[in-house]
Structure formats: structure tokens, C-alpha cells
Design a protein around this ligand. Structure first.
Ligand code: B16
Ligand code: MG
Length: 219
């Protein structure tokens, strides 16, 4: 029985992944670093500092911890400026209706985001009440693909068994984290970017709740 659905935030519920990209792009352009959409895929789901390190490794650059902190602060400033004008148009089409539908079927819902800005995004879009448990970057000591984020979601839902959990993720690192936690992993986005997912969707309507009920997978 699948009792609990766990959702990533950026790229799964809301298109803030675009704003993360633009924030890094602005920093990279100002510093003269190489950075493009392909490299950006590797940043999905991973922490702010790890994201910077991936960009620096790609450019063959090294900086002190202090300098790296200054770069991540700058990127976060650009990202937060973009968040100032976030609105309902930024929501992934059908995502909120889907969360409401599963909740109406007594499926538990949690949000697991690596972002330290996740709470701000949830509140700006007034969607925080849709999730019984919320885990953000502030709660984590290890970044995806480590399973800590989803294990903590299951714990905060009251100790749900991993086999009862379905994770919705747009990041390869997030799919790996879900699988490492022993959970079912649904990729949201481009199937070519998410080869390890158990299933990949581009539209939440592809998840057939009636069939899941009929086959006894959910109540
Ligand atoms: P912040 P998710 C992740 O969110 C993003 O995918 C990733 O690009 C970002 O670096 C990370 O959050 C940290 O975000 O800088 O706001 O703390 O996809 O796990 O919801
Ligand atoms: Mg994501």
C-alpha cells in the first residue's frame, strides 16, 4: 500500500528551477565562468554550496571557503530578487490539483526540498498547508543524492515505511536519493534526463489514481 507521497519543490511543484538557473547564470556571466543549461541539470536538487563547487570544477577553478561563501551569497541574492515577483503562473500545471486529489484519498503528503528558500516559496504561493510535513535545506546535513531528506520526510509523517512512499522529483540526484531510501521514484520532466526513475511523467494526469485504488495500491 502506498500511503505517502513526497514532493520535491523546485521543478516539481513550482518552476523556481528556472530562477535558480538565472541566478547562477548572472553570477557566472559576471565572473566570466562557463555555465549553460546542460551543466545546470547537474545542479538540480543539490545544495547551494555543492552547486557552486560543480560550476567551479567545470571551470577548473578553486577558491577559499570565504570566497565561495561570498559567491553563494551573491547567487542567493539574485535568486531572492527573482522570488519577489513569484506568483501562481510559476506553479507546475496540475501539481496543486494533484496534491489536493491525493489528500482527498487519505494519502499523506510531505514536501522535501533542498532549498533554504523553500518555506518562503510555499508561503508566497500560499500552498504550505497542503503538506503535512515539510523538510527543507535548513534541516539537512547531507545533500541529495543522500537519502537523508526523504528519510526525514517519512519520519515527520510519523515513521512511514519507505516502501509505502512515492517520491516526485525533477533531479537525477533526487531520484537517486529516493531509491537509496528504498522509496518508489517518479521523475517529473524529461525521461532522458531521469534514466533511473521507476516512472517518468510530464503531466500529473499521467498518474492514474483510479487504477492505483482499483489495484489496492492506495485507499
Ligand atoms: P537554495 P529542490 C533545490 O531545490 C534546487 O533544485 C537546487 O537547484 C538548489 O541549489 C537547492 O534547492 C538549494 O536551494 O539555494 O535556495 O537553498 O529541487 O530540492 O526543491
Ligand atoms: Mg527539484
Amino acid at each position: 500500500m502506498l500511503t505517502s507521497f513526497i514532493f520535491d519543490l523546485d521543478g516539481v511543484i513550482v518552476f523556481t528551477d528556472r530562477y535558480h538557473y538565472l541566478g547562477w547564470k548572472q553570477l557566472a556571466d559576471e565572473e566570466g565562468w562557463r555555465f549553460d543549461e546542460t551543466l545546470n541539470h547537474q545542479l538540480r536538487g543539490v545544495s547551494r554550496m555543492r552547486s557552486l563547487e560543480i560550476i567551479l570544477e567545470h571551470n577548473g577553478l578553486r577558491f577559499s571557503e570565504e570566497e565561495k561563501k561570498a559567491f553563494t551569497d551573491r547567487k542567493n541574492g539574485y535568486y531572492q530578487s527573482l522570488l519577489d515577483s513569484i506568483g501562481p503562473d510559476d506553479l507546475y500545471p496540475g501539481a496543486i490539483d494533484f496534491v489536493k486529489q491525493v489528500r482527498a484519498r487519505d494519502v499523506r503528503t510531505a514536501l522535501g526540498s533542498s532549498s533554504r528558500n523553500a518555506q518562503r516559496v510555499l508561503e508566497a504561493l500560499q500552498i504550505d498547508a497542503l503538506f503535512e510535513a515539510v523538510v527543507t535545506g535548513h534541516d539537512l546535513t547531507r545533500t541529495k543524492p543522500d537519502p537523508q531528506i526523504f528519510q526525514l520526510c517519512a519520519e515527520r509523517l510519523g515513521g512511514v515505511a519507505p516502501a509505502e512512499c512515492v517520491v516526485f522529483e525533477d533531479a537525477e540526484s533526487g531520484i537517486a536519493a529516493a531509491l537509496a531510501a528504498g522509496m518508489h521514484a517518479v521523475g517529473v520532466g524529461d525521461a532522458e534526463q531521469l534514466p533511473n526513475a521507476d516512472q517518468v511523467i510530464t503531466d500529473y494526469a499521467e498518474i492514474d489514481l483510479d487504477t492505483l485504488i482499483a489495484t489496492g495500491r492506495i485507499r
